[in-house]
Design a protein around this ligand. Structure first.
Ligand SMILES: CC(C)(COP(=O)(O)OP(=O)(O)OC[C@H]1O[C@@H](n2cnc3c(N)ncnc32)[C@H](O)[C@@H]1OP(=O)(O)O)[C@@H](O)C(=O)NCCC(=O)NCCS
Length: 145
């Protein structure tokens, strides 16, 4: 089993089944589908961590696809908070292929994403003091690339 980072500390956000309709002619899951899953998971996780439903994607770090995903395989997306700023949160996300036969997981890809809290006009606004205090001492994103 390949090693996955921080398995003990990361939160499970979502689980997906790879379906036949989501793969290309070569039989692997489309990369764009995986990116959509990561974005959705990151947005939901950020909203939950920041006590706000209005979080938009500001930045997605480079993504390298390490392992293929085939129909019938289960993908689990895990997240952890790396940093909380004034209006933004930086989260690390990992997509792992989960074996139902023995419970092992292989890292498919990972990324760091930044989400920003916005108001009703779509302008950035500060996160609450409660949220800033709660995540004040998180990891430096530079340490987790
Ligand atoms: C999100 C948005 C409102 C932010 O507006 P903005 O004028 O850039 O706001 P700010 O300059 O105040 O930056 C907001 C935060 O983003 C961070 N940020 C800005 N550029 C960044 C970058 N390139 N990478 C990472 N973080 C960045 C800033 O550091 C700031 O964080 P902080 O407040 O915690 O210090 C605006 O850029 C936007 O609407 N973008 C489109 C969002 C969207 O539609 N996403 C879906 C993808 S289609």
């Amino acid at each position: 089993m390949s090693k996955t980072n921080g398995m003990e500390t990361m939160d499970l956000i979502t689980t997906y089944f790879c379906k036949a309709s989501q793969v290309g002619y070569h039989g692997n899951l489309f990369g764009g589908r995986m990116l959509a899953w990561l974005d959705e998971a990151g947005a939901a996780y950020s909203a939950q961590c920041c006590d706000s439903p209005r979080m938009v994607t500001k930045h997605i770090s480079a993504v390298t696809f390490e392992k293929p995903v085939r129909p019938g395989q289960i993908i689990k997306i895990y997240g952890e908070v790396l940093k909380v700023g004034n209006s933004s949160i930086t989260v690390r996300l990992e997509a792992r292929r989960h074996s139902v036969y023995n419970g092992t997981q292989r890292l498919v890809c990972s990324t760091n994403m930044v989400f920003v809290r916005i108001d009703g006009d779509g302008e950035s606004i500060p996160l609450s003091e409660k949220v800033k205090r709660k995540f004040g001492s998180q990891k430096n994103p530079e340490e987790k690339k």
